[in-house]
Design a protein around this ligand. Structure first.
Ligand code: F6R
Length: 241
């Protein structure tokens, strides 16, 4: 794993955006795997700025998001559909048909997960996957104790994740208890992976991800087995390893 420690969140966002820009410059029809959450927001802001300055062209880029809450429609303000459109997609020149997210309200959930896997294959696989990391080491919504070979599936969220995500909802009772997520196997099939982490509250899990034994207890440790992972962390997130 290539670990890059930068001074602060701003530097993390700049570096991550630069790696995405370099990837798209190399391959215009890059297939990007994207994450939501707080961590990549600065990277999306930097990418939008680069687009506005003519430094990056998304017209052939294809995207697949990692996950979506089960039961939330794309219009729901806390859905990951909504987040992606309002944080990123609406500001860039990516064609709508190139944007892929899981449908959290699909009637046939197994069919929806298979559709997503098939589509990723059809597009040639993910060239570059962006990841954040949960305080408990989850990737996407692959919570501890999930098989390390899984494909896209429906998961029960852990109490820790429900608590962490409750800040986005009016009450904890409104937080969905389940989600659809790419599996660890899906993530590990990406050609390249960039994991981002910022702040003291990620320091412990980052230390375990880099130095800990590979185990389902901290799903992110599986990244030690991937051949092209870059971890970009700020000094606070790097403070325990
Ligand atoms: C989001 C996702 C999650 C987050 C993780 C960290 O699509 O897949 O794994 O990356 O929960 O969230 P933040 O960045 O808010 O700390």
């Amino acid at each position: 794993m290539n670990v890059v420690t930068v001074k602060n969140y701003h530097q993390l966002s700049v570096q991550a955006a630069q790696l995405v820009t370099d990837q798209i410059a190399k391959k215009r029809n890059t297939v990007l795997g994207l994450a939501t959450g707080q961590t990549p927001v600065g990277m999306y802001r930097e990418l939008v700025q680069k687009f506005q300055q003519g430094e990056i062209d998304f017209s052939q880029v294809v995207t697949f998001n990692l996950d979506e809450y089960y039961g939330l429609s794309p219009e729901h303000p806390q859905s990951y559909h909504y987040f992606m459109w309002h944080t990123f997609f609406r500001y860039i020149n990516i064609p709508t048909e190139n944007i892929h997210l899981l449908n959290g309200t699909a009637e046939d959930i197994t069919g929806e997960c298979q559709r997503y896997e098939d589509l990723i294959q059809q597009k040639g696989g993910i060239d570059l996957q962006i990841l954040g990391i949960g305080d408990n080491g989850h990737l996407g919504f692959n919570e501890p104790a999930i098989g390390l070979n899984s494909k896209t599936h429906l998961v029960n969220l852990s109490e820790e994740t429900i608590q962490a995500n409750s800040k986005y909802f009016n009450t904890i009772g409104e937080v969905p208890r389940q989600a659809l997520t790419m599996g660890i196997g899906t993530i590990m099939n990406a050609e390249k992976i960039i994991l981002l982490a910022s702040g003291l509250k990620k320091a412990h899990v980052i230390a375990r991800t880099i130095h800990g034994k590979v185990s389902t207890e901290v799903p992110a440790t599986v990244l030690q087995l991937h051949q092209d992972v870059t971890i970009i962390i700020d000094q606070e997130a790097a403070s325990e390893f």
